[in-house]
Design a protein around this ligand. Sequence first.
Ligand code: ADP
Ligand code: ASP
Ligand code: MG
Length: 440
Amino acid sequence: MSKVVKFGGSSLADAKQFRKVADIIRADSERCYVVPSAPGKRFKDDTKVTDLLYRCYEMVVSGEDFAKAFAPIRERYDGIIADLGLSLSLEDEYVKIGTEFRNGTNRDYAASRGEYLNGIILADYLGYEFVDAARGIFFDRDGKFDADVTNACLGAILDRTPRAVIPGFYGAMPDGSIKTFSRGGSDFTGSVVAKAANASLYENWTDVSGFLVADPRIVKDPKGIEVITYSELRELSYMGAGVLHEDAIFPVRSANIPINIKNTNAPEDKGTLIVPSAENIPSKYVITGIAGKKDFSAISIEKDRMNTSKGFMRRLLQVLENHEIFPEHIPTGIDTVSVVVNSKELDGQREKLSERIRETVRPDHFEIIDGLALIAVVGRGMKSVKGIATRVFAALSHADINIRMIDQGSSELNIIVAINEADFEKAIQVIYDMFILSEQ
Ligand code: ADP
Ligand code: ASP
Ligand code: MG
């Protein structure tokens, strides 16, 4: 049986981190397939190589000389190679990248070179074969990840390659051009590789000891989560818990492969195990985690007898669809409805949209409320315990935080509240205190 191990950017930020990664891989002979990210931050104000590459691309597009724009990136890789004492040279690769840039390459190609070059170094250091992700990970003509073609091609490559490094974050379009996943997408690559390799486990190595109950940048030393289900994790990732890319669970979930989130800087810590179901595994706290995101707007509509007005909801949603706006939540009252959307989706079309809504559903009152944050309180244990919502509301009201909207998923796995953005950090802290600190 093989394991797939993905290492994030901070885990491979410099030679010292590469050594830790190699030790981890060598400690378990089943760690056969390795998915690296591009080198990340070495210290707080450092810049990730992926961001340097986006910058380099913009500079070349606006007329800057490639060699000058690429210099800081080259320095990062050459530094790692020298510090590791490898005899490898990336000179030919740099020339190839320069040629692609001069021929007017696309932005995704530029960004993908971060993981591509890191993969070559890591493969050389480990003595593993390097498998370019463009040979095994594919998108369809519409730019959607092609799971079937990928699984067949990548599966065949891995079948004949017992140990390999496959760079994260990108794959190829049907015409061979490079396309990346969204930011943080190496997590998704790891999951795709785990499925194609029919792995027994997908280990995702990062800079924290697993999934924590809340974002450690907001709550000081939050408790860790030992076991979490795919569904809980999906809710938390989607709602902004940045540890794992929000789509990363899908490939492994369909193959029943568990994910273990581990800390490269503390490999002995157990981390978090992500499993299909955890019915028989009691959780320590009644909630599993808290996550949230800023930058939401509510399109708020009032209309008398809305609920008996035929096709009201359908017409409203059609207007939104025509403007490419995708509702996140739609809490309704008897004569009211709010559609919560990402504020960005309203950019440049607020007036047109408002006009169309007024024409189509003729509301008594209509407004767009900006500056909202959403917070999700997630937990498989919530279904069987009464009074969870009451405690969320009590925590917020004691802290004088006004709740602008409430929504509960039909699976009773989460409670979502909208609050003003200014209250975001405080709200997460008080909900954490209510459920975690008070239960110790
Ligand atoms: P990598 O580079 O390894 O992919 P990321 O930066 O993408 O790592 O994800 C790990 C980071 O996610 C942590 O350093 C932490 O700051 C952040 N984070 C946000 N929410 C959580 C959470 N609930 N639990 C753990 N980490 C979190
Ligand atoms: N390097 C890419 C990014 O910074 C992908 C990843 O790290 O997962 O988004
Ligand atoms: Mg990440």
